[in-house]
Ligand binder design. Structure first.
Ligand code: PLP
Length: 395
């Protein structure tokens, strides 16, 4: 196959060459342990702390020590939920609120806490994928210690009005964590403007390598360390730091910030081109999620009467990488919990197609996808008893 058309940037991104250049020296030459006192160690320490300062400045953190380097978005989410809830259980209570369409990196630690005596409210979004602040206000209890609601959803791309939700949580004395793995670099993310106490980020969504992440933890937030050992990362996340990874994360974020003023509108216009082409060119399709409160780079469609997996494999045969539901749950044929949470019936959720674009996507890529998708959908529908039942007039 000569043509690769990668349209799954929400699953992961290629590492930017500029990021590779910045991180490489810290693998083989400047390899010191940043906790060692001799000069090789001090050199690594300097690079680590410069990276921390750079990330802290981008996030609007009040102090670099609020930035903890982790191994991935999943670790950041697990650490925030378990670390904050454990520290607050005795002081405030054992109730937490999470949204029902969180990534599994939040849902699973919530289930884990539930098995250990916490009660958890799973807040359903509205059908447009937006969380109603009144619903959060109703879910809050005196013993609620933590609310965790994602900034942007990884499957449908809807963005929450975090500030309003934070105010509700704080008014009841609860901390607020947000999973911002999909928003970092793609829209403004300022911890002061949003008011969050903790936030999770993943390097491989912003053109840094897989296995890099950050947890923002506001100073003074009660927290029980989850990884214990040598006391690195201000005693909050033990383990010798991945200096090359930290340098990569900081470099990747700096590039995202620098390029966003032009890249944001470019992506939004490519996304809009895709959405119009699919909705106008292929009948019986719908776009999932709010039309306005959304990321510039994710579009998620319901293509009625078609199996997502069949579509995905046939597009793959044309060199196109897209996804049906979240990458992390692909391999399972369960309908996406995200689509179910916004009221999408299971039979339609099976026909979902997520297209997520990024730095190297061009108009030609979008047009190629649409050119390939249209006959694939027609062919699959012509063989589908489900489609014939849904739309008898189509036969
Ligand atoms: N949270 C969200 C919203 C994500 O999209 C992802 C990745 O798919 C994660 C968390 C997990 O990040 P990582 O793959 O770095 O563990």
């Amino acid at each position: 196959m000569d043509r690769i058309t990668y349209l799954d940037y929400a699953a992961t991104t290629p590492v930017d060459e500029r990021v590779v250049d910045a991180m490489l020296p810290f693998l083989a030459q400047r390899f010191g342990n940043p906790n060692s006192l001799y000069s090789l160690g001090r050199d690594a320490y300097t690079a680590l702390e410069a990276s921390r300062e750079s990330v802290a400045a981008s996030l609007g953190a009040s102090h670099p020590s609020e930035v903890l380097f982790t191994s991935c978005g999943t670790e950041s989410d697990n650490t925030a939920l378990i670390g904050i809830a454990s520290a607050m259980a005795e002081r405030k209570g054992r109730h937490i609120v999470v949204s029902a369409f969180e990534h599994h990196a939040v849902l699973e630690p919530a289930h884990w806490l539930e098995k250990r005596g916490f009660s958890v409210t799973y807040l359903k979004p509205q059908t447009d994928g937006v969380i109603d602040p009144d619903a959060l206000a109703e879910a809050m209890r005196d013993e609620t210690c933590l609310v965790s609601i994602m900034h942007a959803n990884n499957e449908i791309g809807t963005v929450q009005r975090i500030r309003a939700l934070v105010e509700i949580a704080h008014a009841r004395g609860a901390y607020f964590h947000t999973d911002a793995c999909q928003t970092l670099g793609k829209m403004d993310f300022n911890v002061e403007d949003l008011g969050v106490d903790a936030a999770s980020f993943s390097g491989h969504k912003i053109y840094a390598p897989k296995g890099t992440g950050v947890l923002y933890l506001r100073r003074g937030t009660r927290f029980q360390p989850y990884l214990m050992g040598g006391g690195q990362e201000f005693k909050k996340r033990s383990g010798t730091q991945n200096v090359a990874g930290a340098v990569a994360f900081a470099t990747a974020l700096r590039i995202m910030d620098e390029e966003r003023p032009l890249e944001g509108p470019r992506l939004a216009s490519l996304r809009d081109r895709l959405v119009s082409a699919v909705l106008e060119g292929i009948e019986n399709t719908e776009l999932n999620g709010s039309l306005t409160e959304r990321l510039p780079n994710i579009a998620n469609f319901i293509i009625k009467g078609v199996e997502g997996e069949a579509m995905l494999l046939q597009l793959d045969a044309k060199g196109i990488s897209v996804s049906t539901g979240s990458a992390c749950s692909s391999g399972s044929l369960e309908p996406s919990h995200v689509l179910l949470s916004i009221g999408c019936p299971p039979e339609l959720a099976h026909g979902s197609l997520r297209v997520s674009i990024g730095r190297f996507t061009t108009e030609a890529d979008i047009d190629y996808l649409v050119d390939c998708l249209t006959p694939i959908v027609e062919r699959l529908r012509s063989m589908s008893p489900v489609y014939a039942k849904m739309f008898p007039a189509s036969r």
